[in-house]
Design a binder for this molecule. Structure first.
Ligand code: 3EB
Length: 375
């Protein structure tokens, strides 16, 4: 049986056996949560799932599958759980609040250092840091400070390889001291890599760089002991080679990264938008931007399949995605397109956010998991 066939039959079986009673259904955001709660997660290093606040509040560090960390979207305060809780300051479009949980079957140690909330599982290190109130060139300084600290920290703790970065910047398109805030951010991030891990500049983690209405600069990451396989998109110029007109320092990320962990392969899909070559396409037309972004995602997945020699299916029950919409009025339209193109299988979290180029109305990112045969 191929990994793909086994993957889907396993998922169907789990879905059948773990469907919650009818009256509890509303507490779950969708199939991914039910699957995550029911998965035989014996060796599972990492699963992502989307939850409602009620389902989240029932999680415990004593569960067989426990949170490494949680990302809180929308109207929900940190609950005081022992693991890192990161407020995204992004608003879900289909509910007041959604929580994204990173789960693992490994033992987890939580602590804090240098402004980072940390969680380690033996195989992975998660960390999150925020600097509030940054302005102008202060954005570059904050980005450099955060990235310098985190690069030192992951080395010292023995997880020196970044897999995935999430960068959330307040007022990302704001123009300050002659430069867009996102471009200040890219400068600082680049300077830290150049100073501390120059070799990484051609072997970068997957990432997203998105805008929120508040919260300063928030950065969180997943790092591992050994490197993953960065993947570039044949339809796009690598972001780290963008020409200078996009800013004094190019954005430091790979289009995607594949990493084998514990019981399977993970493909981390970076923020992907309506860009071909290095130019934004379909100004002002959200439907064409969504279709172009999906075309980019498909091309990237084909490149990742070649590189990793594993079948990766976008519309699979073990895929979790985020769709970022600049204009919440586009939500019904975008949701229709994604449901049509991805089918009911893929779990998508819709978030109101700014995108790092003013003309972009949509961006998508996420992760695809492929269980190993006999996992
Ligand atoms: C792009 O393709 C869109 O700066 O970390 C996507 C993913 C984008 C990551 C980042 C930015 C970043 O250039 C923007």
């Amino acid at each position: 049986m191929t990994a793909r066939a086994q993957n889907s039959s396993l998922a169907v079986e789990i879905l059948e056996t773990t469907r919650p009673p009818e009256d509890e259904k509303s507490e779950f955001s969708g199939q991914a949560t039910r699957r995550a709660e029911g998965l035989p997660m014996g060796r599972s290093a990492l699963r992502f799932c989307h939850m409602t606040p009620d389902a989240y509040m029932r999680l415990s560090p004593r569960d067989a599958t426990r949170p490494l960390a949680a990302i809180l979207h929308g109207d929900i305060a940190p609950s005081g759980k022992p693991w890192p809780e990161v407020r995204s300051r992004l608003r879900p479009l289909d509910a007041p609040a959604r929580i994204e949980v990173l789960l693992t079957a490994s033992g987890v140690v939580h602590d804090a250092e240098q402004g980072f909330d940390l969680a380690s599982s033996g195989e992975l290190l998660f960390g999150a840091c925020r600097i509030e109130g940054v302005q102008g060139a202060g954005v570059a300084a904050a980005a450099e400070r955060i990235y310098r600290r985190l690069l030192q920290l992951i080395e010292r703790r023995g997880y020196p390889r970044l897999l995935r970065m999430w960068n959330i910047l307040e007022d990302i398109n704001g123009q300050q001291e002659g430069l867009e805030r996102y471009r200040h951010f890219c400068r600082g991030r680049y300077e830290a890599f150049a100073a501390l891990q120059p070799a990484t500049l051609e072997c970068l983690p997957a990432a997203c760089g998105i805008g929120a209405e508040a919260g300063g600069l928030c950065v969180y990451f997943l790092a591992a002991r050994d490197p993953g396989l960065p993947v570039e998109n044949p339809r796009q110029v690598s972001a780290y080679r963008y020409p200078r007109r996009y800013g004094p320092r190019s954005p430091s990320f790979s289009r995607g990264l594949f990493k084998q962990l514990g019981d399977g392969g993970h493909f981390f899909l970076s923020g992907t938008a309506s860009i071909t070559g290095h130019e934004s396409r379909h100004h002002g037309c959200v439907t064409a931007q969504v279709e172009e972004s999906l075309e980019n995602v498909r091309a990237l997945i084909r490149a990742a399949e070649e590189r990793s020699r594993q079948a990766l299916e976008l519309a699979s029950p073990t895929t979790t995605l985020r769709a970022y919409l600049r204009d919440e009025g586009h939500y019904p339209l975008v949701r229709d397109i994604l449901e049509q193109r991805l089918g009911p299988e893929a779990e998508v979290l819709y978030l109101r956010s700014d995108i790092c180029r003013r003309e972009l109305l949509f961006e998508i990112d996420g992760q695809i998991f492929v269980p190993s045969i006999q996992a």
